[in-house]
Design a protein around this ligand. Sequence first.
Ligand code: ZN
Length: 301
Amino acid sequence: MPELPEVDVVRAGLTPALTGAKVQAIEVFDRRSLKRHRPELGEFEEILPGVTFMAPIRRGKFMWVPFADNLALLAHLGMSGQMLLRSPDATDDKHVRVRIWLEHSKDGELRLDFSDQRIFGSLAIDELVETGDGFAAGLGSDSSLIPIQAAHISRDALDPHFDTAMFKRRLKRRNSEIKRSLLDQSLISGIGNIYADEALWASRVHPQMPSAELSNRKVDELLINVKQVFSKALAEGGTSFDAQYVNVNGQSGYFAHSLNAYGQTGKPCARCGTPIARAPFMNRSSHFCPKCQRLGRSKVI
Ligand SMILES: [Zn+2]
């Protein structure tokens, strides 16, 4: 599932081709991929032709492409969404749901194919609103405007305006385990199952540790490690072990080779050699080192 690094690899890859590109035409092959479009703004296929895209922006796992003072194309990749840049005569990829034909002054005619095998992702046109704090809404532009559907999510750990003090205050009031808090996009955005397991392993924190019991120092350490695993994954092009995530050119990322906890069940912990354990978590799994990431009996919730 794409998390912050994978979405940012897509944003960075699309920026040169989309910025200043004019939309020529839209083809919708599967309307389920438009489930988050707001029809009161008009038909998706009718609004976009003729508009000129500005630079794409990302906050957490949301990416949007503004094209007017108050409107943007909003993309969420869900479990398996891909934004693929193709030459006009390229062969069709499997699972293309929406195609945007573009004309770029330098690159000429291009196809932006939204491919999504499992259809949890979506494209939508959404209205832009002020962030409220006046800072840039996300990475990619100085604009403080954000799509309504993304306005509820917190800034992410790589955002220079992420409010660490507020994050700590809110964690103290949480009854839930720390991993669940890390995945709560309204508390801190961009983290999914992979990078939560990696950051917790790096910080020696058990995924079931009650959020409120983490010391300020431990929270600082955890945030540093979230940034580090994100930065490392970004440098390596994102994580792709199930071949569902690919960048705009269809190439997979390499971060899967650097995972210390996620998906490493039974393999020796890189720190102490103890086999990595797996525990059920919200219909999925948590992966951790039972020796480095201890949880006292009293801490079980
Ligand atoms: Zn260990």
